[in-house]
Design a protein around this ligand. Structure first.
Ligand SMILES: NC(=O)c1ccc[n+]([C@@H]2O[C@H](COP(=O)([O-])OP(=O)(O)OC[C@H]3O[C@@H](n4cnc5c(N)ncnc54)[C@H](OP(=O)(O)O)[C@@H]3O)[C@@H](O)[C@H]2O)c1
Length: 794
């Protein structure tokens, strides 16, 4: 609205005159400030922060014994790392002298090639796109002996196209070498019992410091989204993500990687810059001050995915903000305008036509183009032709194009175990290739904003969203890179959005309802637009808008909330379960199955009851309604629930559950029988004994004596990681504190000095060494180590 304003007194005399005053309605801003919405919104904002961690120089670094599977790069990092791992001469000799370490680490290296090839001793080449090659590699190279696998390191992302040479075509090839091959690898590892830790490595793919952000290696970045999803879906095989320094040579990089791997630290998202390591933390974003936002009526705004769902909401919002020229993209065609009135009522086309008409009625000049945003020729032609159709220069871009179904109408929302290369490619096309093309086409053109719709999955992973997380991680990295080069890019990691687009579909409602009941709340479109209004004018590259209930998340996704990335956000709200509590919980559940006097039939019955209770909780139905003979899938267990259930049972019983077998949907009865096979009485009894012993020792404040230590150490194979940690913790505690009192010379009743010789302690060094080698030690090794330790004690 534009006009002249006069303020007159009672006599008609002009007191104030304002000519050419322009007023603009700012509905949502008024609404925001008038209500508490802004405050609520600020609570939902998160960013990713890189915090300095520790020095990477570790003289005593030692790789875990066993076989290391290294997916090696062509720049020499993998080769240097292989040398470092296998060349632990000092450690090996020392081990041999003591008769302890008889299985020094070995490496199997795998390079990308056109076809499967065994190229030498422990050297293979496989096609990165081929799951069959990956399977064959595991069969041939490991001879079925996956138990000796100490770790797996994926370095293939280091070979993807550098950012200066990236193109839509190179991105398509690179997604196979990076995220595609990593997906095949994860799937193969899922079939390995007691899988080794998987480490995914990139180089310069994260915006860690402002100095390194301008040249973020965007083509490598999807691995971060895929990896974060793996951390949530498969904590049992998760090692971590490491982003090495693009400025370091291969030898330096390899020794830094080696130092991290040898440390076996809790941190799982690490970056290295200038010799300093950093760790990722998701933190609450600063409070942003709202700034007035208006769209120019002399500019064009381009919205991909703009005639449907969220994209259309954004188009209507921009129109309300004053935009008068909009270009909306989607792939679907619309009928000729003359046919518009005869489209089927309620159909998608009818809704799109209604959306267009509404915009036109508001005075907006709209161009809808059925164009694939990833098609370079079509996009170039579209943009070149706009001026001839009366569109002024494009000043703002909202990239919201996305697919959730493939061309056959099948859902693309799957857990990692059910994804394949084409379900990655389908999601990558609009998001990754589309964003890169838009970036290239507008790199030299001045823009007011370039907003990409990413998802919270890229920030902290999400079950059954590995492909979206990977594509979103690319959008995040691209925004950082663009912003560092002076372009006003913003990637928004949205949480679940209700009522529109995917959130309005039956599948979207089902998934979002599930998430909401687990701590990831739905955001209504009204709040999406309010967030856009708040965030668009800010100087920020990436922000998460996520309505999270950390307490609920902790309850249902402890594997997520325990990650250092987010654990600090949870600690401030609720105290997480301690290791000791976890051990106790496992112990008491196992005791209820395997206590004395419980025969096999009773065990099966109790295990079935335990499973029924867990399944009922996940399905949210009364336990008595569950038919124990029906397949879990027939009871309503979907992939999201299966991941939740698998992780809960793995945590509680300290067993490995094959997600593949699980998703095939056994009945509760069958599953209980399978579990019984996996939980042999002896192992469980040993575990229970060991836990009892730990507790007893702690209770009595007593050191572990030689006999007890020997007993416990011989049971190592049967102990869970948590039990072992508790055991070692006890040993170390004894060494550092109270134990010394028992070892000290004591006075007997006659005033003579005596020594409590039976309570020999394990030194910290030995315990640490033991911990590092635990999984690989044979019974003989344990005996040898024990006798050496006790000799030293003498
Ligand atoms: N909904 C949520 O809960 C949520 C959460 C987080 C992030 N997001 C993100 O927000 C954006 C919008 O979400 P939404 O739920 O409204 O998505 P949606 O319902 O799936 O709509 C996506 C739109 O993108 C268009 N599109 C797909 N591929 C295209 C291509 N190659 N070229 C041009 N247009 C293409 C589709 O139109 P055609 O089929 O006609 O091509 C459709 O209009 C997406 O990027 C989504 O990932 C959504």
């Amino acid at each position: 609205f534009e006009g002249d304003v006069y303020l007159l007194d009672d006599t008609g005399q002009v007191l104030v005159e304002a000519k050419g005053l322009r007023l603009q309605r700012s509905e949502s801003m008024e609404q925001l400030t008038a209500t508490n919405e802004l405050n609520e919104l600020q609570e939902w904002l998160y960013t990713l922060q890189w915090e300095p961690w520790q020095s990477l120089i570790s003289k005593q670094a030692m790789a875990q014994a066993g076989t290391w599977l290294i997916f090696t790069d062509s720049s020499g990092v993998g080769q240097e790392l292989t040398d470092l791992i296998t060349r632990q001469e000092g450690a090996r000799k020392e081990g041999m002298r003591k008769g302890v370490v008889n299985n020094a680490p070995t490496c199997i290296t795998v390079s990308p090639g056109y076809m499967y090839q065994a190229v030498g001793a422990n050297r293979y080449r496989i096609n990165p796109a081929s799951p069959d090659d990956m399977r064959r590699l595991f069969t041939d190279a490991l001879n079925g002996d996956t138990a000796t696998l100490a770790g797996v390191i994926h370095l293939w992302s280091l070979d993807v196209t550098p950012v200066q040479k990236t193109s839509v075509a190179s991105l398509e090839a690179d997604q196979i070498l990076g995220a595609g091959s990593a997906l095949n690898l994860i799937q193969e590892l899922l079939s390995v019992k007691q899988g080794p830790r998987l480490w995914l490595v990139t180089r310069g793919a994260q915006a860690v410091t402002s100095a390194s952000s301008a040249s973020v290696e965007v083509a490598q970045s999807p691995l971060w989204g895929l990896g974060r999803t793996c951390a949530i879906e498969h904590p049992e095989l998760w090692g971590g993500l490491i982003d090495v320094d693009a400025q370091s040579d291969a030898s330096t990089t390899a020794s830094q990687l080696f130092a991290i791997l040898a440390q076996q630290a809790r941190e799982d998202q690490i970056a290295i810059r200038d010799g300093q390591s950093y760790v990722a933390r998701m933190v609450r974003s600063q409070e942003w001050t709202p700034k007035a936002l208006s769209a120019g009526n002399d500019a064009t705004y381009l919205i991909t995915g703009g005639l449907w769902g969220l994209g259309l909401e954004v188009a209507q919002w921009l129109a309300r903000k004053g935009a008068r020229h909009l270009v909306l993209l989607g792939r679907s065609t619309l009928p000729e305008r003359t046919q518009w009135d005869s489209t089927q009522v309620g159909s998608r086309q009818a809704q799109q036509i209604a959306g267009l008409r509404q915009l036109e009625a508001a005075g907006v000049h709209v161009h809808y183009a059925p164009v694939d945003v990833a098609n370079e020729a079509d996009m170039t032609a579209l943009i070149e032709n706009l001026p001839q159709q009366g569109f002024p220069a494009i000043k703002g871009i909202v990239h919201a194009a996305s697919v959730w179904q493939n061309a056959r109408g099948e859902s693309l929302v799957h857990p990692l175990v059910n994804l394949n290369l084409s379900s990655l490619q389908d999601v990558f096309r609009p998001k990754v290739a589309g964003a890169w093309l838009l970036h290239s086409l507008f790199a030299e053109k001045p823009l007011d904003f370039f907003v990409s719709f990413s998802s919270g999955a890229s920030l902290f992973g999400s079950a059954a969203q590995g492909n979206y997380a990977a594509a979103g991680a690319f959008l995040d990295a691209l925004a950082h890179s663009m912003r560092a080069s002076g372009q006003p890019a913003l990637s928004i990691d949205w949480g679940a959005i209700s009522e529109t687009g995917f959130g309005a579909t039956a599948e979207g409602q089902r998934v979002h309802e599930y998430w909401e009941s687990h701590g990831i709340g739905r955001i209504p479109p009204r709040q999406v637009l309010a967030a856009l209004e708040l965030l668009l004018p800010q100087q920020i590259a990436q922000v998460g808008v996520l309505r999270l209930d950390w307490q609920q998340l902790q309850q249902f996704y402890p594997q997520l909330t325990q990650l250092p990335l987010v654990s600090h956000l949870v600690d401030s709200i609720a105290t997480p379960q301690t290791d000791e509590q976890t051990v106790q919980q496992t112990s008491s559940i196992l005791q209820s199955f395997f206590g004395t006097g419980i025969d096999r039939a009773e065990r099966q019955r109790r295990l079935e009851s335990y499973l029924s209770e867990r399944v009922a909780a996940v399905l949210r139905v009364p336990e008595e309604k569950l038919d124990r003979e029906q397949p879990l899938t027939a009871l309503g267990l979907d992939s999201l629930m299966a991941i939740e259930l698998k992780n809960r049972i793995e945590r509680e019983l300290e067993v490995h559950i094959s997600i593949v077998a699980f998703l095939q949907g056994p009945s509760i009865r069958q599953f209980a029988a399978q579990l019984l096979e996996q939980l042999p009485v002896t192992a469980v009894q040993s575990s229970v004994d060991a836990i009892d012993a730990i507790q007893e020792t702690q209770k009595n404040d007593m050191p572990i004596d030689q006999q007890r230590a020997q007993q416990l150490l011989t049971q190592l194979d049967n102990l869970s990681d948590a039990d072992v940690e508790a055991l070692l913790g006890t040993m170390l505690q004894q060494e550092n504190g109270e134990a010394n009192e028992h070892n000290e010379q004591q006075e007997d009743g006659n005033g003579h000095q005596t020594s409590t010789g039976s309570a020999k302690q394990i030194s910290k060094q030995d315990a640490t060494q033991l911990l590092a080698q635990l999984d690989q030690l044979s019974d003989e090794d344990v005996e040898a180590l024990l006798s050496q330790i006790t000799q030293e004690g003498d």
